[in-house]
Ligand binder design. Structure first.
Ligand SMILES: [Zn+2]
Length: 174
């Protein structure tokens, strides 16, 4: 397996979720900052067509995303329905639980997306896999409560102001 170092401790390696993912050579403690997300801001109106772009982008607020630099770990970070990390203010990626050396670092993509047109199939094979990954506002209420403590305040503020909770995904996904 060929690996590519992105920082002193974070590397890109072979993943069981997708072709590649990110890993740490050192143990990471709960609450520890794993890395900072660095990139370019992208602004566009929410639309069905636009939602298919930028699979690695993270939502910053309504219709604003951060497109990570090609060498930033976010470019390679996979989604899991049982994440061990989350994007929090900074923006930075923080550990939600202790992460062992060479264990894949994963996040829940629903915690960085409020675009009502966005969705993604998931095959993470976890017991709790939601199979169709939808934006934050469509997460089960318990999960929203757990995540919102850490999530970007600008993103959460726009979910509420946008009244996106009235959107009915069944109309689009049946
Ligand atoms: Zn899943």
């Amino acid at each position: 397996m060929s690996i590519k170092w992105l920082t002193d401790t974070i590397y890109v390696g072979t993943s069981t979720i997708d072709k590649v993912g990110i890993f740490s050579s050192l143990p990471i403690l709960t609450g520890e900052t794993i890395y900072h997300v660095i990139g370019q801001l992208v602004t566009a109106e929410f639309s069905e067509q636009f939602a298919k772009m930028g699979p690695n982008w993270i939502g910053m607020s309504k219709e604003v995303w951060l497109d990570p630099d090609p060498t930033n770990p976010m470019t390679f970070m996979n989604h899991s329905c049982e994440p061990n990390a989350i994007v929090t203010s900074g923006p930075q990626v923080m550990a939600l639980k202790p992460i062992c050396p060479h264990e894949e670092i994963v996040m829940d993509y629903s915690t960085t997306e409020i675009d009502p047109y966005w969705s993604m199939p998931c095959n993470c094979n976890n017991h709790s896999c939601r199979q169709l990954i939808l934006p934050y506002q469509f997460l089960p209420v318990e999960l929203r409560r757990l995540c919102r403590v850490y999530m970007l305040e600008t993103l959460l503020a726009d979910v509420i102001s946008e009244n996106a909770l009235t959107f009915n995904p069944a109309v689009r996904y049946e």
